[in-house]
Design a protein around this ligand. Structure first.
Ligand code: NAD
Length: 276
């Protein structure tokens, strides 16, 4: 039971489950990514603002895994929005990662007030046209932001990476994305661990299948069709979080999970977030 792929709107295949490294310092990221690659993850999600592109890149290089078996995502930080700045930021990220192309490059936040995401997107379109990113997408874009990008840009984003977990199910956004051929990727898929994973309903579902609450939640994401990028620096949890391809949730489990939606946002609201 290995990780399935989803096919993005430009034909690129992306592992449906990957490994996130937010809040992991550079040297620890190198160790964590090594553990993840050893556990079988092939997709890694970082960002310029995480400050761990170098450690991530070192682990990728040291793994000896062929480049075309890896799927590397990084993100353009808010202060680098704008056409020229975005091109420079891309070069910096690629250098830090030690790569000559990226699999996926994302605009990290829309910053709707600044209203520069279309110019920024044009730089990503150039990077894509030059073959330096195999796919381009966005993060934290709401339907209104996506609508503007779709009407003013030339290329539709391949993916929208948003906060999504059982307490923030994003039904409207997922429906918008699927109508427009945009894949939905879940950040904080485990609700950042505490709180969500302590819900006894998840333990009960897990007990039925011989799985942990985290595994139940990841299986739910996969069933919804989300791309998912759980984070852990604990080797046993890194292994646990990719061991989700040998069981199935039943209709009762899915309805229990569906009823957990509470509009509970853990991160900033993309409509107002403007930190650079
Ligand atoms: P997550 O939902 O993946 O939760 C991670 C936390 O859950 C861990 O730190 C740990 O405390 C706990 N945990 C992990 N595995 C567990 C297990 N098996 N059992 C019990 N507890 C477990 O949270 P996240 O790191 O916020 O999100 C995942 C990734 O999403 C990030 O690393 C990053 O790559 C991405 N992300 C992107 C954005 C964005 O704006 N685009 C924002 C946040 C996160």
């Amino acid at each position: 039971s290995t990780t399935p792929f989803i096919t993005l709107n430009n034909g690129v295949r992306m592992p449906q489950l990957g490994f996130g490294v937010w809040q992991v310092p550079d040297d620890e990221a190198q160790v964590a990514v090594r553990h993840a690659l050893e556990a079988g993850y092939r997709s890694i999600d970082t960002a310029a603002v995480y400050g761990n592109e170098e450690g991530t890149g070192k682990a990728l290089a040291a793994s000896g895994i062929a480049r075309d078996e890896l799927f590397v995502t990084t993100k353009l930080w808010n202060s680098d929005q704008g056409y020229d700045a975005a091109l420079r930021a891309f070069d910096t990220s690629l250098n830090k990662l030690g790569l000559d192309y990226l699999d996926l490059y994302l605009i990290h936040w829309p910053l709707p007030e600044a209203n520069r995401f279309v110019d920024t997107w044009k730089a990503l379109e150039k990077i894509y046209a030059d073959g330096r990113a195999k796919a381009i997408g966005v993060s934290n874009f709401h339907p209104g932001h996506l609508q503007q990008l779709l009407s003013e840009g030339s290329i539709a984003p391949a993916i929208d990476q948003v906060e999504l977990h059982p307490q923030l199910q994003q039904a409207e956004l997922r429906a918008f994305n699927s109508r427009h051929g945009i894949a939905t990727e879940a950040w904080s898929p485990l609700g950042q661990g505490k709180g969500l994973l302590d819900d006894p309903k998840l333990a009960a579902i897990g007990a039925k299948h011989g799985k942990s609450p985290a595994q139940v939640v990841l299986r739910w994401h996969l069933d919804l069709g989300n791309v998912v990028i759980p984070k852990s620096v604990t080797p046993s949890r890194i292994v646990e979080n990719i061991d989700v391809f040998d069981f199935e949730l039943d209709a009762e489990d899915l309805s229990t999970l569906g009823a957990m939606d509470a509009g509970n946002r853990l991160g900033p609201d993309p409509d107002t977030f403007n930190v650079t």
